[in-house]
Design a protein around this ligand. Structure first.
Ligand code: ZN
Length: 183
């Protein structure tokens, strides 16, 4: 396993559309190694999700998950470890939910984004198993953030208001509800 370098905003690879993984290749050595490396890279960076293009691989693969460890106690009890291959998201009629999101590719900053709180997601896991599930709440927000990366979209494109964005240190000192951080 190896920790890979995480690309930062400004790198053109973060703005490209990633390619689907042919189902027959899901269990290949190359993809297995990539997934292991992605988990290790995500854990080392203390993220809760990572998309393959963030490590410079333009394939439609996302890893998510962390244990409740005190990092985000205000928003979640933790997030199940999952590998999403070729995920497809359909936004279902629902209210929007706002979170202060961060991103390993935009380090040290966060911004307020509203997303659908209910989605239908279809994906393959690393064992070539296919899933089709309705997902709600914080998990749905994380999956939408990560899957955006596969289309070259960053959360900074979706800010509710460009003024609701800044450096973590400054936001921590500013008055108001700015502490909840997702992704
Ligand atoms: Zn991100």
């Amino acid at each position: 396993m190896a920790v890979r370098k995480i690309l930062r905003a400004g790198d053109p690879r973060l703005r490209q559309r990633s390619e689907p993984v042919p189902v027959a290749e899901i269990r290949s050595k190359e993809i297995k190694k990539l997934i292991k490396d992605m988990f290790q890279t995500m854990e080392e960076a203390e993220g809760l999700g990572l998309a393959a293009p963030q490590v410079g691989v333009l394939k439609r693969i996302v890893v998510v998950g962390f244990d409740r460890s005190g990092r985000y106690p205000e928003v979640t009890d933790g997030l199940e470890r999952k590998v999403l291959i070729n995920p497809e998201i359909e936004v279902l009629p629902s209210e929007k939910e706002g979170f202060w999101e961060g991103c390993l590719s935009v380090p040290g900053m966060r911004g307020y984004v509203e997303r659908a709180r209910k989605i239908r997601m279809r994906w393959y896991d690393e064992h070539e198993e296919f899933y089709d599930q309705i997902i709600e709440g914080f998990d749905a927000v994380v999956y939408q953030h990560e899957c955006d990366h596969l289309d070259g979209v960053l959360y900074i494109d979706r800010l509710k208001d460009p003024r609701l964005f800044g450096f973590n240190e400054e936001l921590d000192e500013a008055p108001g509800e700015r502490s909840a951080v997702a992704v």
